[in-house]
Design a protein. Structure first.
Lengths: 324, 538
């Protein structure tokens, strides 16, 4: 049995309905990603007990917590808008949920957590004096200090700027690895999810569209939505390359090789007479925008092609076919 | 970086403030100097400071203000808690009704209380029908003063705290719950500290307001032991005919207010770590029943005194319908009404215009001195402003060849300008500060002169603030009774002064007819102010 087991959880609103089943193993860091309105935060709120589901069950470590009070669930949560208690200093915030009663031990534990989040010596500071990144790290430490069975993170980095986000996501992953705590991480940032997660659940219209490791989802997407949500690519009707067949052909830019025509490549799909429209230098090569029979194609090339008219070869095993 | 482009037009902003500075100097600073002079020259200030009765009155003033502020604020907290958590039918209407307190003249509360809570009032009559006797003996007591102050100020505390409470998200409370904390711990450690600032600022505001309470203590207290400093100043002028001794009390009141303004928090800025507003939950089941109960409770507190005024204006004491007292009231009161409206219009216009100039200058130069200078009359209190101008009238009489009544009308106008100016300045200044500097800069780069920039770019942006300031000044002036009674010497009347007079003569029905007009006016002004200003008080 999985550590967190969500079975057939349903919630209906006037213009949106959510229906989810999901399993998370102990010690895993699972990200929930998806566009706005896909139900990520609603799911997290139901696990936390902020919202109650219409039906379904949530089991945490074998215990049914579906109808328990927030306080009794043993979950920790880091909120998007941080939510430190302004009336308490950093130390008091971190100690707010501690189960340890002995004052000396509480102080020691808080000091250790401050060290873990890289804010040693910040204990007596007022929370309003902290920067956004510091405040979010304190919020993380506060949740961990309460020794939750699982930690929920609701877009914890979305209010921070890009360099800080990168730094903090690495910090979150390293805290996860050193404590072994199970985490469920909501984000709308694909790159962030790829960087921190053991597994990723892609959500779409209130359902889990796909669930797997970052590599699985990127290399073998199960649907067109997952394919585009996990990275760039090109989709063309299958009938354009294989007469009479229905469906859509999808491939990543790095799998579309530029050839100069006249070559015979039996294990490849060939798109001849494509015209290069744009070439963006990306440091390790070029991302090319091409036009082929009225379709926009994305391809990668190490060198800048000399000709405007080229052909594109896609290895058959790296092309996906979706029936829609 | 020094903003040279900002300095270019400063002279025109500065020039605009000259009339305002002159107004405050002539209409407030000079009369206050006369008050000081009178108290010091005659030695009354020293006498009053040595007199135990001065401290007794001061102590009572502090006591009634403290209790009124405490009762109003504490009573408001549970209502605010509910109104910032749930959405339910009637929620907005109750908030709007509470906003009406900002334009409600104190004299109407006095009248409404006498008619509704009086020993022979409607409530007692109703109760007599049920239990066979008239059990309520509220009026002319300390509780009556507190109840009337709470009537006027509970809605203000309710609005201030509700606005602060509903403006902060629930995440901090949810965070506490996820840490395993219960509702009581969360309320004490998270919610209460978060609303402490708004509760403190509403307490301070109500305390200051009740500290200078006048008509309510005079009528509903009904005896000298319930006199505040303001009422005592009036008593010394009109009963003792002792202006120097009244001046001494004025100075003591001014000093006390100044000390309070210095030590009281001016609404501490709430510490915020998050940005979202909370979403209201739809009330259903038990919470809907609670909502219904709370709405009824507020309506039962706020409506009966006002409804009683309107009802009484059309009914004899015995209950028979009549319009006779409307005719009588209007006959006696049309002159008062006309002078009230003229004074209210002129004083609001003058104070709003002066306040706009001050607001633009202070926003442009980042000066705090001028807004402070122009809000000084607030600290003095309106009875003291009236006293200053009353003393000045004897000097003006010898300088200006006008009849005594005309001079009093002019002084009345002056007093109302000084009373409304601080409110206008405080309403318009934040709007002026919100005008982006880049607008001014871009106007200058387009070759517009600083005067043209003020007129064409900045003043139009102040329109809604000016409108709101005008409306509230108008309402304040129309309901003003303190300074009016000091200056008028019983010779000229305004609408509220006439109502006060009619209450004194137990002619409640005529008072109610005129009170209904005043109530209607307060309602209209409030609606105009709310429509004209989308970020209105509610």
């Amino acid at each position: 049995m999985a550590f967190l087991e969500i079975s057939d959880l349903k919630k209906k609103y006037r213009d949106f309905s959510l229906s989810i089943s999901l399993e998370v193993e102990e010690g895993e860091l699972v990200s929930l990603i998806g566009p706005s309105g896909s139900g990520k935060s609603t799911l997290l709120s139901m696990i936390a007990g902020i919202l109650s589901p219409d039906s379904g069950r949530i089991l945490l470590s074998g215990e049914d917590i579906t109808n328990k009070r927030i306080q009794d669930r043993g979950i920790g949560m880091v909120f998007q808008d941080i939510a430190l208690f302004p009336s308490m200093n950093v130390m008091k915030n971190i100690q707010a949920g501690m189960k340890e009663k002995d004052r000396k031990k509480r102080d020691d534990l808080a000091d250790k957590l401050l060290e873990l989040i890289g804010l040693s010596g910040y204990g007596q500071r007022s929370v309003s004096s902290l920067s956004g990144g510091e405040a979010q790290r304190v919020a993380l430490a506060r949740s961990i200090a309460a020794e939750p069975r699982i930690l929920l993170l609701d877009e914890p980095l979305s209010s921070l700027d890009a360099p800080l986000r990168k730094h903090l996501r690495a910090a979150i992953r390293s805290i996860h690895d050193s404590l072994g705590i199970t985490m469920l991480y909501v984000t709308h940032d694909r790159e962030e999810a790829f960087a921190v997660s053991d597994r990723i659940a892609i959500m779409h219209d209130g359902n889990v569209e796909a669930y797997g490791t970052a590599e699985e989802l990127y290399r073998k997407p199960s649907s067109m939505f997952t394919a585009f949500f996990t990275g760039e690519g090109t989709a063309i009707p299958l009938s354009m390359v294989s007469e009479g067949e229905e469906g859509t052909l999808f491939f990543r830019p790095e799998n579309a090789m530029i050839i100069e025509g006249g070559q015979i490549m039996p294990q490849h799909i060939l798109l001849e007479d494509a015209e290069i429209i744009s070439a963006e230098f990306t440091g390790d090569g070029y991302t090319l925008g091409l036009s082929w029979n009225g379709y926009q194609i994305l391809a990668r090339s190490i060198a800048k092609p000399r000709k405007r008219e080229v052909s594109i070869a896609i290895p058959k095993e790296k092309a996906e076919i979706f029936q829609s | 970086m020094d903003r040279n482009n900002g300095k270019i037009g400063l002279w025109s902003y500065r020039a605009g403030t000259i009339p305002a500075i002159l107004l405050v100097t002539i209409l407030f600073i000079l009369p206050m100097a006369l008050v000081f002079g009178s108290a010091i020259r005659e030695g009354t200030l020293i006498n009053s400071l040595e007199d135990a009765s001065t401290y007794r009155i001061l102590l009572f003033t502090v006591e009634e203000a403290f209790v009124s502020a405490l009762v109003s604020t504490v009573a408001a907290i549970p209502f605010a808690a509910f109104f910032s958590r749930y959405r339910f039918p009637g929620r907005k209407a109750i908030l709007a009704l509470s906003g009406l307190s900002f334009t409600m003249p104190a004299i109407l509360v006095v009248l409404g209380f006498v008619i509704w809570y009086g020993n022979n009032g409607y409530l007692n009559t109703l109760l007599e029908g049920i239990i066979g006797c008239k059990p309520l003996r509220i009026l002319y007591s300390f509780p009556a003063i507190i109840l009337a102050h709470a009537y006027l100020n509970f809605p203000i505390a309710f609005l201030i705290i509700t606005s602060a409470w509903s403006g902060r998200p629930e995440t901090e409370e949810l965070a506490a719950y996820t840490l395993g904390k219960g509702r009581l711990w969360t309320f004490l450690h998270v919610t209460l500290p978060a609303i402490r600032g708004s509760a403190a600022s509403s307490f301070a505001l109500i305390f200051l307001y009740c500290f200078s309470s006048f008509a309510i203590v005079l009528v509903l207290g009904g005896q000298p032991r319930y006199y505040t400093l303001e009422a005592e100043i009036y008593r010394r002028v009109y009963i003792d005919a002792d202006i120097p001794s009244a001046a001494a009390i004025s100075i003591i009141a001014l000093a006390a207010t100044a000390i309070m303004l210095l030590i009281m928090p001016e609404g501490r800025r709430e510490k915020r770590t998050s940005r979202k507003k909370r979403e209201l939950k739809e009330a259903h089941g038990g919470s809907l029943i609670a909502a219904f109960f709370l709405v009824i409770l507020i309506l039962l507190f706020l409506l009966p005194p006002m409804v009683a005024i309107v009802y009484r204006s059309f009914h004899e004491k015995g209950g028979a319908f009549t319009t006779e007292h409307w005719v009588k009231g209007l006959n006696a009161g049309y002159g008062a009404m006309l002078s009230s409206f003229i004074i209210a219009f002129l004083s609001s216009y003058l104070s709003t215009s002066a306040a706009s100039a001050i607001a633009l200058y202070s926003a442009h130069s980042r000066s705090r001195l001028l807004p402070f200078f122009t809000t000084l009359p607030l600290a003095a209190g309106s009875v003291t402003i009236g006293l200053g101008l009353l003393i000045a009238s004897s000097y003006i009489g010898s300088l200006i060849p006008l009849s005594a009544d005309w001079i009093r009308y002019i002084l009345l106008l002056a007093a109302h300008v000084m009373i409304t100016l601080p409110f206008s300045v405080r309403t318009i200044t934040p709007r002026a500060q919100a005008i982006p500097e880049v607008l001014r800069d871009s106007a200058y780069t387009l070759g517009m002169s600083s005067i043209r920039t003020i007129m064409k770019v900045e003043k139009p942006l102040l329109r809604s603030g000016r409108m709101k300031a005008f409306c509230f000044s108008f309402a304040l002036s129309l309901g003003e009774v303190n300074a009016t009674m000091m200056i008028s010497l019983g010779r000229l009347t305004t609408l509220p002064a006439l109502i006060y007079d009619l209450i004194g003569r137990y002619d409640y029905q005529s008072a109610s007819a005129l009170g209904t007009i005043l109530l209607l006016e307060a309602l209209i002004v409030f609606i105009i102010a709310e429509i004209g200003d989308k970020d209105g008080i509610s």
